[in-house]
Design a protein around this ligand. Structure first.
Ligand SMILES: NC(=O)c1ccc[n+]([C@@H]2O[C@H](COP(=O)([O-])OP(=O)(O)OC[C@H]3O[C@@H](n4cnc5c(N)ncnc54)[C@H](OP(=O)(O)O)[C@@H]3O)[C@@H](O)[C@H]2O)c1
Length: 445
């Protein structure tokens, strides 16, 4: 136990074991070493690595592991008597990471993880396990890397009823969209460049399809709204259908395009709360605080009934920022400042049903790929009129492509989402449309 009169360096250390020595694991070891003294001062005692595990013992990781015990089987880390806290920095929603997390908590040891997929899928079970065994469970690094947004929503905004939480939660998508904006290049080309530069993984599916952002959103919504984590309820659309032409059209209309992860609590006609969770490429007005967020940066906006709008911004990934979040969790555990993982005990988290799709009022951007011939615009605008969709602006830019197609983009006035769906239904099967339309919401300012 720490003691106020004792030097932090002399106090009993918090002993940790690390599973996974990749980008984040190695970053944590470097950070603990570089900031050793200030961490001990803030934690009230030293934080010491005692054991580590990864797949390949022989790999050169650029860090000295000689002082730590090595376990080939990472589950053995949780069984070591001297270990107080296990860091799960391996990844994967299930498999060895989940097995390690369960064993660690069942042994009454603390668990710190950066694994959003595991927390989005199994966070409630792990939080129950943590409560039952009086073991700390922390996952600051799972959402938005170095930005301390989990702590901000668990603690900093806890006096507020939050109305909306939204933001840019995937650095790969934000890098690709902002590069497309700068260079005018199309999606495929920009993705390839992002992979070459290390901003996108060899298999980018989780990022570009919006799944990674959805994992993080489900976690933030649970904490911010005191709701049970419900990853399956997140409506997800990735960025693969966004073309350079959409970005140019959006620009002409005064917007940028960003992958926005958004969660709102909405009340239905009977006054019952519902939770909207969705990840979608969205138009963001150029004067919105999220519009200038470019490159691999992440940003989260939380709106509270007393705090007003709060903006958190910073690096969403990388060894340093992610290690910073992991070690902040360790310092909280060392100080014995640990609350419920999702801000309130699992039994009291609300089971909020997903919002009924369609009744939401919003402005929408629609892009049609159409045959370049007379009457096409009239057909589209007639469908809009018949479905009660009011058009605010309409742009047809550029020449027909080699196949005789042109793009028509429009922005609607605010109206129910379901009217846009009805208009698109009316256009289904139309010979004027040569590809599926793209429908993007416009983020309210
Ligand atoms: N990278 C980031 O910027 C970032 C940001 C936020 C959150 N995260 C999360 O942090 C976690 C780790 O990410 P990372 O980027 O550090 O991954 P990484 O560089 O791929 O490292 C993963 C580590 O896990 C080890 N490992 C994999 N399977 C294993 C197994 N079956 N048994 C033992 N060890 C195993 C690997 O061992 P070898 O090295 O021997 O192959 C490697 O050291 C993930 O959950 C990720 O989502 C990462």
């Amino acid at each position: 136990m720490s003691n106020d009169s004792q030097s932090p360096q002399a106090a009993a250390p918090l002993r940790i074991a690390i599973a996974g020595l990749g980008t984040v694991g190695a970053g944590v070891i470097r950070l603990l070493d570089t900031n050793r003294e200030l961490i001990a001062a803030r934690a009230g005692r030293p934080i010491e690595v005692v054991a580590v595990s990864a797949r390949d013992r022989g790999k050169d990781r650029g860090i000295d592991l000689s002082a730590f015990a090595w376990e080939d089987d990472m589950a053995a880390l949780a069984r070591r008597a001297e270990v107080d806290v296990v860091l799960e920095l391996v990844g994967g929603s299930d498999g060895p990471a989940l097995a390690l997390a369960r064993t660690t908590l069942e042994s009454g040891k603390g668990l710190v993880t950066a694994n959003k997929a595991m927390i989005a899928h199994h966070g409630l079970e792990l939080a129950e396990n943590a409560e039952a065994n009086d073991a700390p469970l922390k996952f600051e690094a799972a959402v938005a890397g170095g930005i301390p947004v989990v702590k901000a929503l668990r603690e900093g905004t806890s006096a507020n009823a939050l109305t909306r939480i939204y933001g840019i939660l995937n650095g790969t998508c934000n890098y690709i969209l902002s590069e497309m904006e700068q260079t005018g290049a199309d999606f495929g080309e920009t993705l390839a460049e992002a992979q070459r530069l290390g901003y996108a993984e060899a298999d980018p599916t989780f990022d570009i399809e919006g799944i990674d952002a959805a994992h993080k959103l489900a976690i933030l919504a649970a904490i911010g709204f005191g709701a049970r984590v419900d990853f399956d309820a997140v409506r997800v659309t990735g960025i693969t259908q966004v073309r350079a032409a959409d970005i140019a059209q959006a620009d002409a209309l005064g917007f940028v395009i960003r992958l926005i992860a958004q969660s709102d609590v909405e009340t239905d006609a009977a006054g019952a709360p519902h939770l909207l969770q969705r990840v979608r490429p969205s138009l963001v007005a150029k004067d919105h605080p999220l519009a200038p967020v470019d490159g691999p940066t992440n940003a989260v906006v939380a709106e509270g009934n007393f705090s007003g709008r709060l903006l958190f911004q910073g690096a969403g990934a990388g060894d340093g920022p992610t290690a910073s979040a992991v070690v902040a969790d360790l310092i909280d555990i060392a100080r014995e400042e640990v609350g419920a993982p999702f801000s309130i005990p699992v039994a009291r988290l609300a089971a909020l049903p997903p919002t009924e799709s369609g009744h939401r009022m919003e402005r929408t951007y629609l892009r049609f790929t159409v045959a370049d011939r007379p009457g096409v615009l009239a057909e589209i605008t007639a469908a809009m009129r018949d479905a009660d969709v009011s058009i605010e602006s309409l742009i047809q830019q550029g020449q027909a492509d080699d196949h005789g197609n042109v793009l028509v983009a429009m922005v609607t006035h605010e109206g129910p989402e379901r009217n846009v769906t009805a208009a698109l239904k009316l256009l289904e099967g139309s010979e004027s449309l040569t590809a599926a339309p793209l429908v993007l919401p416009i983020l309210p300012n």
